[in-house]
Write a protein that binds this ligand. Structure first.
Ligand code: RIB
Length: 289
């Protein structure tokens, strides 16, 4: 099995449910406050590990209780944390999440995620092998993410970008990717399907409750997902990516890997929170939805 290197963000999510989105100047009473381990990079690493992958995480956290707790969480999921750097005098990344009717709105403070450097990536990839999988997102400085994509490509790794949250500045680096996994908003913000296919050979577009679509220059095909009643969609896309890379690392085809990721993501939507919602491999294999 190939190793999976995840370079990305680590956040603590502060979550509250609300009956609707408050308007400017309004104080609204919500309910059910909780904190959870989150961050797109961390969620994807945890999903890959829980679903059976051998995961090495490269990230930055602050020297605070949130950072310590995130590292403990990674260890509990069997993730290699030697390249998770603790940054002095910096808060860890934080996300304020408002959940309305099972859907979420997120405000981020990057904190230590903004401190990731080229050197962090160089060190993490020192022992990476040709064919290993590289997975990253856009919650760290874009030029560092771009550097990582280039470096991973030079090493002959299979390079996957989940271009979330949407950020046009990543466009110059897309040519280093073997596969990107945008949702429809991210596709639009990056110039549309045709433009993306000129730069990246394969697109895997997630379509929320409508499943996903695999597109190459030869054509595309849509696949449905399991029908569920969503409780909280936070980290659904991250769980999809984690399942996808785990199956690719095991040598499965892109279609098989994406179907597995989609099933894991559907299960995650039936539970609250980011990392608490991510299922294990057994749960996915036994799920009959
Ligand atoms: O993708 C979900 C994640 O986005 C949350 O866990 C939050 O931390 C934000 O990074």
């Amino acid at each position: 099995m190939r190793n999976i290197y995840v370079v990305g963000s680590v956040n603590t999510d502060l979550v509250i449910k609300a009956p609707y989105m408050p308007v400017s100047g309004e104080t609204l009473t919500g309910e059910g406050f909780f904190t959870a381990h989150g961050g797109k990079g961390a969620n994807q690493a945890v999903a890959a590990a829980r679903l059976g992958g051998n995961v090495i995480m490269c990230a930055c956290v602050g020297d605070d209780t949130f950072g310590k707790s995130a590292i403990e969480g990674f260890k509990a999921d069997g993730i290699d944390t030697q390249y998770v750097r603790v940054v002095k005098n910096m808060p860890s990344g934080t996300a304020m999440i408002i959940v309305v009717d099972g859907d979420n709105r997120i405000i981020l403070d990057k904190g230590a995620n903004g401190c990731l450097t080229e050197q962090d990536i160089d060190q993490a990839l020192e022992n990476a092998q040709e064919g290993d999988i590289y997975l990253t997102q856009l919650e760290n400085p874009i030029e560092i993410i771009g550097y990582g994509l280039k470096k991973a490509k030079e090493k002959g790794m299979y390079v996957i970008l989940n271009p979330a949250p949407a950020n046009k500045e990543i466009k110059p680096y897309l040519g280093y990717c073997d596969l990107i996994t945008p949702n429809e908003t991210e596709v639009d913000s990056l110039g549309g399907r045709e433009m993306l296919l000129e730069k990246v050979g394969t697109l895997l577009v997630t379509l929320g409750g409508d499943g996903f679509e695999i597109l190459t220059r030869e054509g595309g095909q849509k696949y449905p997902c399991i029908s569920i009643k969503p409780v909280d969609t936070t980290a659904a896309g991250d769980t999809f990516c984690g399942g996808l890379v785990t199956m690719l690392a095991e040598g499965k085809t892109l279609e098989e890997a994406a179907k597995f990721g989609s099933k894991a993501a559907s299960i995650a939507c039936t539970r609250q929170g980011a990392q608490p919602s991510i299922p294990t491999r057994k749960e996915v294999e036994r799920y009959e939805g």
